[in-house]
Design a protein around this ligand. Structure first.
Ligand SMILES: [Zn+2]
Length: 378
């Protein structure tokens, strides 16, 4: 390695080695293994982090974690939700040669799956694998330009045969698989590169908001919910909303940044470093208009930068809260994220801090008369 490069890398590692508590939490959550339906590692982190700020902690029947900070029995119930699951796969079967075929969990692009490292969680522990891709040396012209489809892709764990994969590595059909992608800071240190910001960044927001509410309590009962199985159909938000019976809902998500080449404003409008963001439309939800305007006015009054996103696709837990029972006010507030649903995404620390401040202020502003007003239609 060249001396200058070595010095630069040492400096980068040193700055990454002394992050603050929030950065360490974001790092731990980003690195954690937890594809949809297999969120146990993330749930353990969330349980540990939320316990000091909660009067009770419970799980629903699907595995969503519900931490409650109680004001009084008849105070309104404010639910904030972020999902613990990330995109991943499940082992479908093992080929006679010992390669793993899989089914995907969540909205992967086929080209995002190829020639990447993954962890397979087996009964004998984690096993590193790579999605092998034939070398271009032996490809015809046609083959070089053709996209590989997910059914053609396999994971190579270095097994010698099906029996070797089963016996030495402990692989079984149904074992979960998640990307291997380590957190690091980048740029001037204020950008965080890692996997699974969708939606570990929302999980971290929940923890930091609960921390702030501990020293400056709200006038409502706060339900901090870390949901499961969002990426495969908002399943945990549905069951946890049923348990919580919220009066109002705040979904916390990774947003869709559009500040890089090849993505158009017609597709998304958030930018990294431009503050918190709120969705005004996605394919699962339109924010409740009274609540939307309440958030906009509050951000303005507190001088918290707030941007907006109008998306055609995307689904989020806010939709399940909003549709629970006879319907409640709900919004989706986001930390802008580049390249989500891939092995590597980028967030800006300043945006994260703005979201924490906005959501904390929002919950502190909510009380029974305010929520009643937000629920009223002409
Ligand atoms: Zn998400």
């Amino acid at each position: 390695m060249r001396p200058l490069l070595a010095a630069l890398m040492a400096a980068a590692i040193a700055s990454a080695a002394d992050p603050d508590r929030t950065a360490r939490l974001l790092e731990e959550l980003s690195n954690a293994f937890g594809p949809s339906g297999y969120e146990e590692d993330v749930r353990a982190i969330m349980r540990r982090e939320l316990a000091p700020f909660s009067d009770s902690l419970e799980t629903d029947g699907l595995g969503s974690l519900i931490a409650v900070s109680k004001k009084s029995p008849d105070a309104p119930r404010v639910m904030m939700a972020a999902h613990m699951d990330e995109l991943g796969m499940i082992v479908r079967y093992i080929t006679p040669e010992g390669y793993l075929k899989f089914v995907t969990l969540g909205g992967w692009l086929d080209q995002g799956l190829i020639n990447q490292r993954y962890w397979v969680k087996t009964r004998k522990g984690p096993v590193l694998g790579v999605t092998g891709l034939k070398t271009p040396h032996v490809m015809t012209g046609d083959e070089r330009t053709r996209l590989k489809l997910r059914d053609e892709i396999f994971i190579d764990i270095g097994a010698k045969s099906k029996a070797d994969a089963e016996q030495r590595f402990g692989v079984r059909p149904g074992d979960p698989i998640a990307p291997d992608s380590k957190f690091t800071t980048m740029g001037d240190g204020s950008l965080y590169l890692g996997k699974a910001w969708d939606d570990r960044v929302g999980c971290a927001v929940i923890v930091e908001v609960m921390r702030k509410l501990k020293s400056s309590p709200a006038n409502v009962n706060v339900y901090a919910v870390a949901t499961v199985q969002e990426e495969i159909g908002l399943r945990g938000a549905q069951t946890s909303s049923h348990l919580v019976k919220p009066d109002i809902g705040i979904s916390l998500e990774s947003g869709v940044a559009s500040d890089y080449p090849g993505i158009r404003q017609e597709e998304a409008q958030e930018r990294l470093g431009a503050g918190a963001s709120m969705f005004l439309h996605d394919s699962s939800m339109i924010p409740t208009l009274s609540f939307r305007d309440f958030v906009i006015d509050l951000a303005k009054a507190r001088a918290i930068p707030l941007q907006f996103n109008v998306l055609s696709g995307y689904g989020e837990d806010g939709a399940e809260m909003q549709k629970s029972y006879s319907g409640i006010p709900a919004v989706n507030i986001t930390v802008p994220t580049r390249y989500l649903h891939n092995h590597n995404g980028i967030i800006a620390r300043s945006d994260f801090d703005h979201v924490v401040n906005l959501v904390t202020a929002l919950i502190q502003q909510l009380d029974k008369p305010t929520i009643d007003k937000l629920k009223r239609f002409n």
